[in-house]
Design a protein around this ligand. Sequence first.
Ligand code: SF4
Length: 353
Amino acid sequence: MTYRQDRILVQEHLAHEQEAPTLGSAEAEELRTAIRRELEAQDAVLVAHYYTDPLIQSLAEETGGCVADSLEMARFGNAHPASTLVVAGVRFMGETAKILNPEKRVLMPTLEATCSLDIGCPADEFAAFCDQHPERTVVVYANTSAAVKARADWVVTSSCAEAIVDYLDSKGETILWAPDKHLGAYIQRSTQADMLLWDGSCIVHEEFKGQGVEDLRATMPGAVVLAHPESPAAVVEQADVVGSTSRLIEAVRTMDAEDFIVATDSGIFHKMHEMAPEKNLIEAPTAGQGATCRSCAHCPWMAMNGLDNVLRVLRKQDEEIHVDAATREKALIPLQRMLDFTSDRQLQVAGNA
Ligand code: SF4
C-alpha cells in the first residue's frame, strides 16, 4: 500500500467515526426551525450538494438556497445577495465558493469533510509531477484543493471535461490530467487525446463492480444502468448513460424505464426520487463475487454534514474557509477559463463532487 492510499484509509476511518448523528423527527424539526432563524439573522444562504443528508437538501431548498453539484453551488452563491454562504458538502467545494466569491464569508458544517481525490493529490507532489512534464497542458478536476487548481491551466467538471479535452486535443495540445484516473481514462477513450494520468480515485465509485452490475442486470430485463465516470471502466462500459450527477438525475426523470441501477453515491437517490417518485432505484453492487460484506456507496465525508453542525457553525462561525490571496488569484484563472468556455458554447458545467 502506498503512503497516499494509507492516508486516504486513515482519513476515511476518521470520517466514519465523525458521521453526523441520526436524528429523531422532533429533534430534526427543532434544528430545522433554529437553522431557518439563524440563516435569516446572519444574512446567510445554505447551498448543499446532491450527496448530503436529505434533511439538509430539503432545508436548503425550503429556505431559498440550492441543491446542486459543486460548480452550480458556487455559481448560485455568487449570484445570491447573501453575505454568508453555508456550504454543505466537502472542503474543495467551500474553497471553490471562496475563490469565486472572495468578498463573502464561506462557512462549512465541518472543515474535516474532505475527498479522497483531494487527499490523493497533494499540491507539492502534484507540482513536482507538472514540473517533470512542462510541455503538457495541465487539466484538473474540480475535486482538488485551491493550491492544486492554482497550478493548473484548466479546471473541469465531469460534464464539461470531455468537451474541453477535445478542444485542447484539436489544438494539438497534450494533457496532464489529475486526479481521477477513472474519469481521465474515460475521457481518454472517448477523445483519443494524449493524456498522462495522475493515479487518484474516488473511494466511493471505485467500489462498484462490473461483474456485479452485469449479474444484477441479467435479473432485471429492461433496467437502465447509470454510471458516474469516476467508476471503474468495467462499470462504465456497461452503462446506458454515463455522466455527471445532474445528467444521471435527468436520465431518471426523462427515460421511460421503470428500473435504474445507479453507480454513484446513494445520496443522489433523494433528488432522483423527488424528480421521479414512481421509478425504482437500485444501488449498483459494491461487493465482489463471494464477498461477505459490501461498502455502503455513500461518501463518508459527505455524511459528516448534519443539521446539528449546520446550526453550530451558524451560531459559532467557527469553521470558515480561507484561501490566501495569491493562491486564490492563480486558482481563479483556470476556473474562469472553464466558466468562459462553457458559457461560450452554452455547455452545462454541472459535475460531481
Ligand atoms: S464521493 Fe465525491 S467527495 Fe466523496 S470521495 Fe468521492 S469524489 Fe470525493
